[in-house]
Design a protein around this ligand. Structure first.
Ligand SMILES: Cc1cc2nc3c(=O)[nH]c(=O)nc-3n(C[C@H](O)[C@H](O)[C@H](O)COP(=O)(O)OP(=O)(O)OC[C@H]3O[C@@H](n4cnc5c(N)ncnc54)[C@H](O)[C@@H]3O)c2cc1C
Length: 494
């Protein structure tokens, strides 16, 4: 045996046990049941990093309430195209989960998804005008047909008692509401998907850290270290997906993937205020999204959410940005420094220079006091008392820094990277994230296995329709598909 330990052969190695690897594993096991698939996870269990329920906000992003997907135009109208795309991507996930429940592949849906209305909050004359224009732009589309708009204080108080009952002041306010919104426990869903993969013969190993990746001929060699015993193993496979979340960039750097040589990364942790007082929770039945502060990134959009985790309800308000140099919540303090290479140093320096408003926003966030956080919460809940809310640290977002059109940009989207003819694929970035796992993994399959897609596409489409298929359904069929999926997931009565 060599110093790098015994060697095993696989058809597919999925690095990391988060929602992305779990989704990809199930899709692959559907179309290629004979392939030997293994998942390698460094923590004690799968779904404990960004996909864990309390490490993200659990919003089933469908474009119903997030203003960053509906930018205003100079003439006062709103561009709805991005929200429609996110809505289509969410349909893909929703149908995927529903079909797996229908076939008994996934267990009870109430363990991972709940119906929680999504609302948009537009305070001030500008906020009201924007929200009205947004509603006008969206409501004609079948995915947004139940979107309601109101400025009536009685209606707002009935929708959102915690925010609007007894609210004083003359500031105009409007709210939009869709009853189709969801709260998703992506950690529980990840574990259900991985156990389905195991039932189909996949092997999931935890407490195993991938320490390096190398290409030998047409084979990838994945070096793994057992975190309990320190023993090493080598996994050999023609295809590797690096779904390691914040751990992805360092692994691609170790593999010397040329496509990411100039990419840098910068971690931003998310913090939320959490309240568990039953009367507060009972008075807030929704996820309410507002406007980001001027100069702030889209990930900073303030929202007040009802969460349902392990059968218990709680409220969450945030996010507030914090700084940690770790790329994973249980990563190393040296992660950021070790990611700096001669190839990406200029990008990192230029990113700080070219994104001054983002840098000053982050400094303001990191240095803000508890009183400032309560003041931000009081924009939503005027009667909020600081001692009902506890500050909690959620997951790390590792933002990708790269050069586009000669300018160093911070990427807030999700980016698929492939290398060596598609035999290595990875996902960088974290937004809109877990909600779009199915369509993102379908795109990744198309980029990695173009030669198999003509054969796989019909089968994949029956399990998880692509956004293209969703778009082509037409209003009636789309409505039927969504209703069927929502009923199967217990999101509709009956
Ligand atoms: C604050 C915050 C709020 C968010 N809110 C939402 C939201 O409301 N809705 C939404 O849809 N998305 C949201 N997201 C994004 C969402 O959480 C992520 O997009 C999604 O969870 C990413 O899944 P993943 O599988 O890529 O990564 P992860 O869930 O992080 O999984 C990666 C796994 O890889 C493992 N790993 C890392 N390195 C190694 C290694 N070397 N060897 C072996 N294993 C390794 C990790 O331990 C981890 O389990 C949010 C994210 C954050 C941070």
């Amino acid at each position: 045996m060599s110093r790098s330990g015994p060697s095993e052969d696989w058809d597919v190695v999925l690095v990391g046990g988060g929602i992305m690897s779990a989704t990809l594993g199930v899709l692959l096991s559907e179309v290629q049941p004979d392939w030997r698939i293994t998942v390698v996870e460094r923590l004690d269990e799968a779904g404990l990093e960004s996909s864990h329920a309390w490490n993200n906000a659990g919003t089933g992003h469908a474009g119903l309430c997030e203003f960053n997907y509906t930018p205003g135009r100079p003439d006062g109208t709103v561009d709805a195209s991005r929200a429609v795309r996110i809505g289509e991507q969410f349909v893909s996930s929703l149908v995927f989960w529903a079909r797996l429940v229908e076939r008994g592949v996934l267990g009870p849906p109430e363990a991972f998804i709940h119906s929680v209305p999504h609302l948009g909050f537009g305070p001030g004359a500008d906020g009201v005008a924007y929200l009205h224009a947004r509603w006008e732009a969206l409501r004609g589309h079948p995915l947004f047909s139940d979107l309601e708009f109101s400025e009536d204080p009685d209606v707002l108080a009935s929708w959102l008692p915690l925010m609007f009952e007894g609210r004083n002041g003359n500031e105009p306010v409007a709210v939009t509401r869709s009853a189709q919104g969801t709260d998703v426990d992506f950690g529980a869903l990840t574990r259900q998907l991985l156990s389905a993969l195991q039932q189909r013969g996949g092997v999931v190993r935890t407490r195993q850290e991938v320490t390096a990746l190398r290409r030998h001929g047409r084979t990838w060699v994945v070096q793994v270290r057992d975190r309990r015993t320190g023993q090493r193993r080598r996994l050999r496979a023609p295809y590797v997906f690096v779904g390691a979340g914040g751990g992805t960039l360092p692994l691609l750097q170790s593999a010397r993937v040329p496509e990411i040589r100039r990419y840098g990364a910068f971690p931003i942790s998310g913090q939320f205020l959490r309240a568990d007082r039953p009367d507060l929770v009972a008075a807030h039945r929704g996820k309410v999204y507002g406007h980001a502060a001027p100069g702030a990134p889209p990930i900073s959009v303030p929202h007040l959410d009802l969460r349902v985790v392990d059968g218990k309800e709680a409220l969450l308000f945030g996010p507030f940005a914090a700084f940690s140099p770790r790329f994973l919540t249980r990563g190393r303090l040296t992660d950021l420094v070790r990611s700096v290479r001669p190839g990406n140093l200029p990008v990192l320096v230029a990113a700080a220079r070219d994104n001054r408003s983002l840098v000053s926003y982050l400094i303001r966030q990191v240095t803000q006091s508890a009183d400032a956080r309560t003041a931000a919460l009081r924009r939503f809940v005027p009667s909020a008392r600081g001692d009902d809310w506890t500050l909690m640290t959620a997951g790390q977002r590792v933002q990708v820094l790269k050069k586009t059109a000669g300018r160093s940009t911070v990427g807030f989207g999700t980016e698929i990277v492939t290398s060596a003819g598609g035999s290595l694929a990875a996902l960088l970035g974290a937004s809109p994230g877990a909600s779009t796992a199915a369509s993102t993994m379908l795109d990744l399959l198309a980029a990695s296995f173009p030669q198999h897609m003509p054969e796989w596409a019909p089968q994949l489409d029956r399990l998880a329709p692509s956004t293209q298929t969703v778009r082509q359904l037409g209003p009636d069929r789309l409505g039927e598909e969504v209703t069927r999926a929502r009923r199967m997931l217990g999101l509709l009565p009956g």
